[in-house]
Design a protein around this ligand. Structure first.
Ligand SMILES: [Zn+2]
Ligand SMILES: [Zn+2]
Length: 246
């Protein structure tokens, strides 16, 4: 992703970087992806654009970043000539050739094309059921953050319990310790404070990051401070669309 951080802000959240990157390219999403991997931007190979990045637990894909394309005329919801809504029609869609993909392709018609197609259907129009298409409610949920400090990789991973509303965050460090100075000893540990850290970062941004700055400035190893690993070293942010079956 691209974000040169021209105002030299100390922190931001990954959803803002994602939105800014799309508008800078400029680009829109053609589909609702089952997974989305966001990569923390860098000025240079060794320098991150932001000192701290907050991983949003949820990213909303709304119509401003998702492109709806009319199956007939190929015009999009961002086309200045198009006014009005996009629709799905059960019968008309039957006639379209299906594309096999894991992405949720948004198939729809613009208002003009749909009314053209329905214009001459006097007898069968009652079987055509239309529905307005909107991607306003699509949410992608964070399920992992891979954090890199030089060559030391660690990860925070969400483990879903049977109920979709209950989950636990785990911390995984494949190089937690060394044995005989030649073997790495891995560690998997529960991180019950994960949600609270994100709340703290989102609410009390400056205080929270001043506290992290203070830890970072001390002359002692910081690799054990998990908040630093998450907010300072977060490099890859993994999101999933939980509404999809794949
Ligand atoms: Zn159209
Ligand atoms: Zn129809």
């Amino acid at each position: 992703m691209f974000d040169a951080n021209p105002h030299r802000l100390p922190s931001t959240n990954i959803a803002s970087i994602f939105r800014n990157s799309l508008s800078e390219i400029p680009a829109k999403l053609a589909t609702i992806p089952p997974f989305l991997v966001l990569v923390a931007p860098r000025h240079t190979r060794s320098q991150r654009s932001y000192r701290y990045i907050i991983p949003d637990r949820e990213i909303t894909l709304d119509n401003s970043i998702v492109q709806l394309v009319c199956l007939k005329c190929q015009k999009t919801n961002h086309d200045p000539e198009i006014s009005g809504e996009f629709y799905f029609c059960n019968e008309c869609h039957e006639g379209e050739s299906a594309t096999v993909t894991t992405d949720a392709i948004i198939t729809c018609y613009c208002t003009n094309c749909l009314s053209d197609m329905h214009k001459n259907l006097v007898r069968s129009i009652h079987t055509h059921h239309t529905k307005r298409v909107s991607s306003d409610k699509t949410k992608l949920n964070l399920f992992a953050v891979l954090c890199i400090e030089t060559s030391h990789y660690v990860a925070f991973v969400k483990c879903q319990e049977r109920s979709q509303f209950r989950h636990e965050w785990l911390f995984f460090d494949s190089m937690s310790d060394r044995m005989y100075d030649e073997q790495n000893v891995p560690l998997v540990d529960s991180v019950s404070e994960f949600d609270r850290w994100i709340d703290d970062a989102e609410k009390g941004k400056d205080d929270f990051f001043n506290w992290l700055d203070d830890r970072r400035g001390r002359k002692q190893p910081t690799s054990n401070i998990r908040q630093l690993r998450l907010f300072r070293d977060g490099a890859f942010f993994f999101y999933e669309n939980t509404n999809m079956n794949y």
